[in-house]
Ligand binder design. Structure first.
Ligand SMILES: Nc1ncnc2c1ncn2[C@@H]1O[C@H](COP(=O)(O)OP(=O)(O)OP(=O)(O)O)[C@@H](O)[C@H]1O
Length: 303
């Protein structure tokens, strides 16, 4: 049985078709990435999975429980870390987590609450009021809240947007451990390095449709060869090399360019053309393609 089964989900808002028929099957134990540019429909899909929003058509089930017909069972299977920070400011961290446990009918949940707080480095703030916490600390509480009932499926909507390196590390260590213990993890993020490092499989959404779905490794393999990253201290990239640039925004200014090369033998003629154009190289590196390159290529509709 799939951890999350999404079947032909459509959702429109007035003039916008936020989801135009999305189908995905996420297996138990996966670390799954849901990627896409702003407005692609990620948050809409997550809110439908969480039962906070209704699809116009199609269905979603969590461990076989339909999120509409069998809402309570489906919700019990799921821990959702939302993008927005919404709290009652008058409760302490511990009270907030106890209330969330109560919502799931869990009494005497303190041992697990203590463990979750410990792993998210919140123990020192257990008795602090929510309103006294920094944004990063509040985000830790959001994560803790999603985990109080030990859900088999954990969904995180941009949990690391604007948070510091330390929290990212703490968070991913803990979530990684839960995943190794069998929990399914679904993550949306704009940090593609993070997705590449963590997710074994990725779906890319564009304008409400799945435009790529594969293992992270297979997606990266789609881009053959490597890329040559150049910084120029003098001159600009000659027109004849502009078609090789993989990040189009680099042509708008600056002196750093990333060029696609399929073979090492292509490097020398590139250097010759730069020399002829009077450009001087300050720094040069040959890099393997990564998930960000795949993302850019897919979003531009080349593949
Ligand atoms: N409540 C709403 N009313 C009207 N339009 C909405 C509403 N919620 C989302 N949309 C629209 O639906 C589309 C998908 O939005 P959604 O928030 O799901 O995208 P997203 O992929 O999560 O984007 P981001 O990366 O910016 O969070 C967008 O065009 C958005 O403007």
């Amino acid at each position: 049985m799939a951890a999350i089964q999404i079947t032909n989900v459509k959702k429109g808002y007035q003039s916008v078709q936020a989801l135009a028929g999305v189908s995905l099957s996420i297996a138990q134990g996966e670390f799954f990435g849901l990627l896409g540019p702003n407005g692609a429909g990620k948050t809409t899909l997550i809110s439908i999975i969480a039962g906070l929003n209704r699809a116009d058509s199609g269905s979603v089930s969590i461990h076989g429980h339909d999120v509409v017909r069998d809402y309570r069972q489906a919700r019990r299977m799921l821990g959702v870390v939302p993008q927005e920070l919404v709290f009652d400011p008058f409760f302490t961290v511990r009270e907030t987590l106890r209330m969330q446990s109560g919502y799931f009918g869990l009494k005497n949940n303190d041992a697990w609450i203590d463990e979750v707080m410990h792993h998210l480095d919140l123990t020192g703030k257990a008795e602090a009021n929510m309103r006294a916490l920094s944004g990063g600390m509040k985000r830790r509480v959001l994560v803790a809240q999603a985990l109080v009932h030990k859900p088999p499926v954990i969904v995180l909507d941009e949990p690391t947007a604007g948070v510091d390196v330390e929290l990212r590390q703490t968070l991913w260590q803990f979530i990684g451990r839960l995943n190794r213990e069998g929990h399914t993890v679904v993550l949306t993020t704009h940090y593609l390095e993070e997705a590449q490092a963590l997710c074994n499989r990725v779906a890319m959404l564009k304008a409400g449709q799945v435009v790529a779905l594969d293992t992270t490794a297979a997606l990266i393999k789609r881009i053959s060869g490597s890329q040559l990253v150049l910084s120029l201290s003098q001159g600009h990239l000659p027109d004849s090399l502009k078609s090789l640039v993989t990040h189009p925004e680099e042509l708008l200014g600056g002196r750093k360019y990333t060029l696609r090369v399929t073979d090492y033998a292509e490097v020398e003629p590139i250097l010759a053309r730069l020399r002829e154009a009077g450009a001087r190289i300050e720094d040069m590196q040959l890099q393997q393609a990564d998930l960000e390159d795949v993302f850019i290529q897919i979003m531009e509709g080349e593949k």
